[in-house]
Ligand binder design. Structure first.
Ligand SMILES: *[C@@H]1O[C@H](CO)[C@@H](O)[C@H](O)[C@H]1NC(C)=O
Ligand SMILES: *[C@@H]1O[C@H](CO)[C@@H](O)[C@H](O)[C@H]1NC(C)=O
Ligand SMILES: *[C@@H]1O[C@H](CO)[C@@H](O)[C@H](O)[C@H]1NC(C)=O
Ligand SMILES: *[C@@H]1O[C@H](CO)[C@@H](O)[C@H](O)[C@H]1NC(C)=O
Ligand SMILES: *[C@@H]1O[C@H](CO)[C@@H](O)[C@H](O)[C@H]1NC(C)=O
Ligand SMILES: *[C@@H]1O[C@H](CO)[C@@H](O)[C@H](O)[C@H]1NC(C)=O
Ligand SMILES: *[C@@H]1O[C@H](CO)[C@@H](O)[C@H](O)[C@H]1NC(C)=O
Ligand SMILES: *[C@@H]1O[C@H](CO)[C@@H](O)[C@H](O)[C@H]1NC(C)=O
Length: 906
């Protein structure tokens, strides 16, 4: 056979057969942390500075490590701010594929203080490793992770007395689909932390890119095995299909360690910590006979009688649980056991996500504060956000003192696991509200605010122990229901304007009551009735109707539904009222109303047959919304129409439908999409609108056939003016006045000449509200456009439309969507929070790139100012529609003059 069996190791490295495909390092991201210049290294990998991938506003410093020991400079970024989230966001092009993340940490006395730091690092929600540069410097960590988003969040955290975290390089490498799947698909989504990647039989350093096209680093194995004699050997073999998922490089498979008869071959692999480990063994038949052997891990048999056929290859994946160290042993059965490569990974569990209800409530609260609290990713992991405390993945405490909240937003009511809520000194006014879902709350601190009444929520807070209402403006008497709170042991009502006898129910031994600083508060009935005292005000506290079956959600749902229905009933009532006032009182009858419409020229009643014919049996869908679908149609006279078919669950009662359609059909304005008619047959509620061929403003700005490029500044201003005219008419010209409630780019439509018209006013919105069955729907509206003040007051005014319109203006100026999760750092994610400060300061770097060089500074300044004023948090200082229109017109003339002076036609 010519094979020298006395050799322990087969080593094979023949020039000319390096079967590696040199492939473009596509998707590689290599960050030189703290680096200042882009460079290409000897492996042809391009390294770039990391500035664009760290949280903007991060106070990170750049340094260079001591270069006396090495010829190359190593840049180091350190993160001195112990409270900040020191995070990188590494973009991943193929979401839900696996990536390899490799980080190198170097201290090497860059700060000349000889104090190597220790710190932790996290990927996503999991703290994955503790780096202690006293133990090793440099230190490398590598992870394999299936990313669910389109980026990898990678963060460094201070530990007490650990010094400032440092990092030197960060590499991201996409892996082939399916690679390491059996290790990644744990019961909880986990990821893999590399412990070993050994190129068996190879002793001359590490192999990596381009020999491994995925740039894994395969280390020489001499440190792990007793002997490493080697000899060149040549065999051609095929890569077995089962190996294809991990795609080990040929160069790695071409070397092996081979066992002499009757011996054991053992790799002794110490591990950092007790845990579960995932092991991948690679075998390639590079000897001319088939090998047969047992495979053991820590003396337990993993596979007996394992066979590697000559010229063939295979891979074995398995896990070893709850171990601190690992011995991989090959035990001879017959012929010559061999192994080509070993990978060992620690399996790191991801903690469970915080519930999405909680996350969205917190997002709303953050937006409502008007501040960037740095709240992003998961609230509880890897470290709880500022102002928040968690118990596992439950948000149990929140503290926002000193932030100007002004009222308790309904979003607080969605934080169902809350035990402590501290909103002292947050300028809360009005009544204590929106807290009745908080069944677990134990401590409620609302002191130093301007609350005027107790509201009706308190009696549901059955676990409340501490209620601090000192230094508010509470009036009236203290509600009896407070005494029913069994667990309450501290009630502080100091410095309010309360008067009257205290309820006897509060006379309890275990309740500590503080009442000083009120008008007149005492358990004795007679004290406050002394002559000269004003009569006792009626109690402001009303008993909540009994709620049976109250689960956490139920309360929120009932609350929302009740509130929603009240709103809708009031609105419908209002509309009907106006309608009745105009018409004779008998017109509530459907037939009569339909007859009325028939007699009225503008809108007509279509038969279902006509509609079917016009839409060619509902062939062309041109839109879909919460209300149902929109179809393109053509009337016999050639007129194009958009046909909205309301889905069953959004239908109104027959009377309301016909009445409201009648009302809406009378609202006609050149900048409002007009209602042509309706069909109310075969249980269908169908609305017929004029068709606008230009699509929506959103299509033009962001759609697949985006015309953003052709939308120059003057056109954008024209669109804004058109829409403002439409809005102005709804607010002031129409009878009754209409609050649109859903102004957004998808509701601004364009005709063939790019004239803009506002659509979807009136009916559809009322119905979506009627449809709302839980409080969050009401709170959220169209995310990104909804007036933050509306969250808190739920009082709808024209100013809410103005806010939404301001967001549209910002979109026209900046050319981006109100929420941009996909790209951009946390600061840029919310358009209003991001763009407003720039625009108010007259800094136009946030203006859409497509507009650069195309606009007059004064024109832009005017538009930017009015847009910023529209999105003011305080509704009372927002302009009204007339003012917006006026400012936009002025901006338009400035731009016209600018174009004229540059000799351009508009
Ligand atoms: C690096 O890339 C250049 C151009 O892409 C190529 O000419 C060169 O041979 C490559 N060098 C190595 C070491 O791969
Ligand atoms: C090391 O970095 C310093 C500071 O940027 C620079 O001046 C010097 O040229 C660098 N040296 C090498 C060998 O790259
Ligand atoms: C990303 O996914 C596409 C389609 O699934 C695939 O063609 C492409 O090769 C993938 N790219 C990488 C870097 O994995
Ligand atoms: C880091 O390692 C050094 C030396 O092994 C040890 O003294 C120190 O306590 C470690 N630091 C931390 C935070 O574990
Ligand atoms: C080991 O690698 C170095 C370069 O990395 C090379 O110069 C040397 O010839 C190699 N030695 C053997 C025995 O292959
Ligand atoms: C190992 O497998 C071979 C054939 O695959 C079989 O002949 C032999 O009996 C097996 N040995 C043991 C110990 O299972
Ligand atoms: C690949 O290896 C497996 C066992 O590891 C074997 O069952 C299969 O036949 C092999 N495939 C080819 C194409 O040789
Ligand atoms: C692995 O083998 C070494 C030496 O044979 C032994 O000292 C060590 O305890 C073994 N480890 C395990 C986990 O069995």
């Amino acid at each position: 056979m010519g094979l020298r069996f006395e050799l322990w190791v087969v080593f094979f490295f023949v020039t000319g057969i390096v079967g590696v495909i040199l492939c473009d390092p596509q998707g590689f991201l290599s960050l030189s942390c703290g680096g200042t210049a882009t460079y290409v290294n000897t492996l042809n990998i391009t390294w770039i500075p990391d500035d664009d991938y760290i949280n903007v506003g991060q106070t990170a410093t750049t340094n260079y490590a001591d270069t006396t020991s090495s010829s190359m400079n190593t840049s180091v970024r350190s993160f001195p701010d112990a409270r900040a989230r020191n995070c990188y966001k590494l973009p991943v092009h193929n979401a839900s594929s696996s990536v390899l993340v490799r980080a190198k940490f170097v201290y090497q006395n860059y700060d000349k203080r000889k104090r190597p730091p220790a710190f932790t690092l996290s990927l996503g929600r999991a703290i994955t490793a503790t780096i202690n540069l006293s133990k090793a410097d440099p230190w490398t960590e590598e992870f394999i992770w299936t990313v669910s988003k389109d980026y990898v969040p990678f963060c460094l955290f201070h530990i007490p007395n650990g010094g400032d975290p440092v990092i030197s390089s960060l590499e991201l490498r996409p892996l082939p689909r399916g690679a390491y799947n059996s290790g990644l698909a744990g019961p909880r989504k986990n990821f893999l932390r590399k412990c070993y990647r050994i190129n068996c039989g190879y002793t001359n350093g590490s192999l990596r890119y381009p020999l491994d096209r995925y740039d894994r680093v395969w280390d020489a194995d001499e440190d792990f095995s007793p002997s490493h004699l080697s000899v060149p050997l040549y065999t051609k073999f095929s890569l077995n299909a089962s190996l294809a998922t991990e795609v080990p490089p040929m160069a790695v498979l071409q070397t092996a360690r081979l066992l002499e008869r009757k011996n054991l071959l053992t790799y002794d692999l110490p591990l950092d910590e007790l845990g579960n480990y995932y092991i991948v063994l690679y075998f390639a038949g590079i000897v001319p006979v088939s090998s047969r052997f047992n495979i053991l891990a820590n003396k337990g048999i993993v596979r007996s009688n394992y066979t590697v056929t000559s010229r063939n290859s295979s891979v074995l994946h398995f896990t070893v649980e709850q171990v601190r160290g690992l011995n991989i042993t090959l035990q001879n059965i017959s012929f010559y056991p061999l192994i080509n490569a070993i990978e060992v990974f620690q399996m790191v569990d991801l903690p469970p996500e915080t519930s999405s209800t909680t996350v969205s409530a917190l997002e709303v609260i953050q937006q409502y504060t008007g501040l960037d609290l740095g709240w992003e990713e998961d609230p509880c992991f890897p470290k709880p956000w500022n102002h928040i405390t968690c118990d596992g993945n439950l948000v149990t405490s929140i503290e926002l003192s000193g932030i100007n909240l002004r009222s308790i937003s309904p979003a607080f009511g969605d934080l169902l696991d809350l035990r402590i809520l501290d909103l002292h000194n947050t300028s809360l006014a009005g009544k204590l509200q929106n807290l009745n879902g908080l069944l677990h709350i134990e401590q409620l601190n609302l002191s130093f605010n301007d609350l005027t009444s107790f509201g009706t929520d308190l009696d549901s807070l059955v676990n409340l122990q501490v209620l601090d209402l000192k230094n508010n403006s509470l009036r009236g008497t203290v509600p009896d229901e407070l005494g029913a709170l069994k667990n309450l042991h501290l009630l502080n009502l100091e410095n309010n304007k309360l008067r009257g006898p205290l309820p006897q129910s509060l006379k309890k031994e275990d309740l500590f009551l503080r009442t000083s600083g009120n008008l007149c508060l005492s358990f004795s009935k007679n004290v406050c009735n002394s002559p000269g005292d004003a009569p006792i005000e009626a109690p402001q506290f009303t008993v909540v109707p009994e709620r049976k079956h109250r689960g956490h959600m139920h309360i929120a749902i009932i609350f929302g539904a009740v509130f929603g229905s009240i709103c809708v009933v009031m609105l419908i009532g209002l509309l009907v009222f106006f309608y009745m006032r105009k018409k004779t009182p008998t017109l509530s009858n459907t037939e009569k109303a339909e007859a009325e419409i028939r007699n009225w020229n503008a809108a007509r009643v279509f038969s279902y047959k006509e509609i079917k014919k016009a839409t060619n049996n509902f062939k062309d869908i041109i839109g879909k919304g919460s209300f149902g679908s929109v179809y393109l149609g053509k009337l016999p006279d050639g007129k194009m129409i958009a046909v909205k078919v309301r889905s069953d669950n959004t239908q109104l009662g027959a009377d309301s439908f016909v009445n409201e359609v009648h009302l809406l059909s009378q609202i006609r304005h050149q900048n409002l999409v007009s209602l042509e008619g309706l069909c109310h047959e075969s249980k269908q509620q169908i609305l017929v609108y004029e068709y606008l061929p230009g699509g929506s403003l959103a299509d033009s700005l962001y759609g697949s056939n985006s015309r953003k490029f052709t939308l120059n500044w003057i056109r954008r201003l024209k669109i804004a003016i058109d829409a403002a005219k439409g809005l102005h008419y709804l607010h002031n010209g129409s009878e009754p006045r209409i609050i649109h409630r859903d102004i957004k780019c998808t509701n601004i439509l364009l005709d063939a000449q790019m004239n803009a018209k506002v659509s979807d006013f009136g009916l559809s919105k009322q119905v979506t509200e009627a449809d709302a069955t839980h409080v969050t729907t009401i709170v959220k509206g169209t995310t990104g456009y909804l007036d933050p003040e509306y969250y808190s007051t739920l009082q709808l005014t024209e100013k809410s439309d103005i806010y939404s319109f301001g967001v549209v203006l910002l979109e026209l100026i900046c050319g981006r969507e109100p929420y941009n999760r996909r790209s951009g750092t946390p600061d840029t994610f919310n358009l209003v929070l991001w763009a407003k400060p720039f625009l108010q300061a007259g800094m136009f770097e946030v203006v859409d790139d497509n507009l650069v060089g195309d606009f007059d500074m004064e024109s832009m300044r005017k538009a930017a100012t009015i847009a910023s004023r529209c999105v003011e948090r305080d509704a009372s200082i927002r302009p009204n529609a007339a003012e917006v229109l006026q400012e936009l017109k002025e901006s338009y003339s400035l731009q016209l003059a600018f174009l004229a002076s540059n000799g351009q036609a508009s």
